[in-house]
Design a binder for this molecule. Structure first.
Ligand code: URA
Length: 234
């Protein structure tokens, strides 16, 4: 939901101030009704008319970014740190779908399509996300089983996960584990390992649904093609 004057301003037909004037002067209709309240919120499906003319909706854009370390997943940062949005050259106001921690790398989608963003983040849609975690210690088979069956984090058990042990390094005392989960709880992967006594040293997200990082180096991005967008909606 967004403020009506902002939606009008973004369509390019008036500045924010002018849009406010238009509203106060009764020139703006939402879904056929004149709106005089400045703070009125509208959603993507609302029909907004100014002086009887329907304003056109912004084109949707979809990006897939290979997020580097040391970048925050947000549109703005109060400490002026670089954000994932800063890495993409796009004039439209885009935002990340979900989150990766400051020190987590890998795949993240950015878009101005709120509907798709909600669909992808809703737990009921069970979108698979594949992570590769490098952890301290040699992980035991019984601990891998626990991760698979669910562990309690923040007082609630995690859903079943798919787990693959990719590598153990006895010299450096580390293990590499692939996890496929479809929840998106805060710091979920780190907390899952923490709950069974392991520290995550490095974390990368390699896949979201059928999308992966093929061809993209750290910090690089590409647009999704229309087929991919359609498949995500499906
Ligand atoms: N789980 C985490 O702990 N961190 C991330 O960035 C993503 C999933």
């Amino acid at each position: 939901m967004e403020r009506l004057q902002k939606v009008i301003a973004r369509s390019g037909i008036a500045s924010r101030r002018k849009a406010e004037e238009l509203i106060l002067n009764g020139k703006v209709k939402v879904d056929g009704k004149v709106i005089l309240e400045l703070g009125t919120k509208v959603n993507e499906n609302s029909k907004v008319e100014v002086n009887g003319v329907l304003i056109s909706k912004e084109d949707k854009v979809y990006y897939l970014l290979n997020k580097p370390r040391g970048v925050i997943t947000s549109t703005k940062d109060e400490h002026n740190r670089k954000t994932v949005v800063d890495l993409i050259e796009e004039d439209k106001r885009i935002y990340p779908v979900g989150r990766l921690d400051y020190d987590t790398t890998g795949i993240i989608l950015l878009t101005n399509d709120g509907e798709l963003s909600n669909l992808l983040m809703h737990p009921k849609n069970e979108i698979d996300k594949v992570y590769i975690a490098k952890i301290k210690g040699i992980i035991l088979p019984k601990d891998l089983m626990q991760l698979k069956n669910g562990v309690v984090i923040d007082g609630r058990k995690t859903k079943k996960a798919r787990i693959k042990l990719k590598k153990i390094d006895k010299i450096n005392n580390t293990s590499i584990v692939e996890l496929t989960i479809h929840e998106g709880r805060n710091h979920q992967v780190k907390k899952m390992f923490e709950s069974i006594g392991y520290e995550v040293l490095k974390l990368k997200r390699e896949k979201i649904a059928f999308l992966d990082l093929s061809g993209l180096k750290s910090g690089e991005y590409r647009k999704l093609n229309p087929k991919e967008v359609k498949k995500l909606y499906a």
